[in-house]
Design a protein around this ligand. Structure first.
Ligand code: BYC
Length: 333
């Protein structure tokens, strides 16, 4: 036992009583309420950890499945410039998936297990990627609307209470912002073009508008996870709040593009300081989530095939890692 500065003996140290679950819970909530961040080694309730893995995994799956609808157009992009931009964007989505799987791993999840859950249909990915990309204008509509919706949903996630997820989202959002602009620019070009090009842009907006509104999830009163997720600072705004924010942001942009959004009830409401919009057919969202969207089967089959075809890459990476580890052991011996 060390003495203090005055040479007098200190009191014998008392064993520190382990904090009770209630105390840990209170500290955890206080940290979140004070806008602090939870880090991987911090104590967290099991339900927080599991809920985050659920959301981050679904998000990661959405990013990698989201490569398919646009990947479909890389070989058919109308110019070398468009091809290079689209290829960069699709590669960005792969990168987003990787950051997000890595964030899920900090919570103890295993990446291979998460992929199994995706491949067996036990974990979801965003409904939006179960719609087909029929024309080049769909690349514009995805960038403008889908990435636009993604930004509105994901910017608040940069302040999510879980540190690794929040930090991953900062880079994701910067890249999404470029994606949104490239989509807008595709539609802007088409909307200045021939009548056929204008019609193509309008048709794409008609098909992607409602599914984009559904990306924000079910209405608040049918969203089972929202209340807890907001208390834990994972979500900062509700599904309906973000959906409204997206409509308010996008409606004026449609005017610039000369595109009519396919909603006769869409109009500015002076009193609310927001746009009113028509009723969303949420039965469509629930059907797509259940696996009955136009492309669910195709997307999952393609994903499983790509994973199977890539087995040799994972095996080679494992063999290389084993070789490096063995080299390291020999160097130490
Ligand atoms: N699609 O209680 P709720 C991108 C599920 S990536 C499918 O409101 P929560 C991009 C929900 O998961 C876009 N499922 O849930 C990529 C839950 O199911 P479980 C992806 C949906 O979590 C490439 C159940 O319905 N973005 O933009 O509080 C290229 C009840 O819902 C959907 C993210 O993942 C849906 N639309 O809120 C281009 C962002 N909506 O788990 C672009 C992160 C709901 O009970 N995620 N469900 O089986 C979130 O912000 C939230 O998880 C959600 C849902 C707002 C999506």
């Amino acid at each position: 036992m060390y003495g203090n500065d005055f040479g007098t003996p200190t009191e014998p140290e008392q064993p520190v009583a382990a904090a009770t679950d209630d105390e840990l819970q209170q500290e955890f909530q206080a940290l979140i309420d004070g806008d602090g961040r939870i880090e991987p080694r911090d104590w967290m309730p099991e339900a927080y950890r599991k809920g985050l893995i659920r959301q981050i995994a679904q998000h990661a799956h959405s990013e990698i499945i989201g490569m398919q609808p646009e990947g479909n157009w890389i070989t058919r992009a109308p110019s070398l410039r468009r091809k290079a931009i689209l290829m960069a964007k699709v590669q960005d989505e792969a990168g987003h998936g990787l950051y997000l799987y890595a964030a899920a791993e900090t919570l103890g999840a295993d990446r291979a297990d998460l992929l199994d859950l995706l491949h067996t249909g036990k974990q979801k990915y965003s409904s939006i990627f179960n719609y087909p990309t029929l024309t080049w204008a769909d690349m514009g509509a995805i960038g403008w609307l889908v990435d636009g919706a993604a930004i509105v949903n994901q910017v608040p996630l940069c302040r999510c209470s879980y540190g690794p997820y929040a930090r991953a989202m900062i880079r994701v959002c910067k890249e999404e912002s470029f994606h949104q602009r490239q989509g807008f620019e595709i539609l802007h070009t088409l909307s200045q073009g021939t009548d056929a090009q204008k019609a193509m842009a309008q048709d794409a907006a008609n098909r992607w508008w409602w599914p984009s509104l559904m990306m924000f999830g079910p209405p608040d009163d049918e969203s089972p996870h929202s209340a807890q997720s907001m208390q834990w600072g994972i979500k900062r705004f509700s599904n309906d709040e973000l959906r409204q924010r997206f409509v308010d942001m996008t409606a004026p942009q449609a005017e610039v593009l000369g595109i009519t959004l396919p909603d006769p009830d869409l109009r500015w409401n002076d009193e609310r300081g927001s746009y009113d919009f028509g009723e969303i057919d949420f039965t469509e969202l629930f059907e797509v989530i259940k696996g009955n969207g136009p492309c669910n089967k195709q997307r999952l089959e393609h994903r499983v095939r790509a994973h199977t075809d890539g087995a040799w890459v994972r095996e080679a990476a494992d063999a290389y890692a084993d070789k490096q580890a063995a080299k390291g052991r020999r160097a130490v011996a």
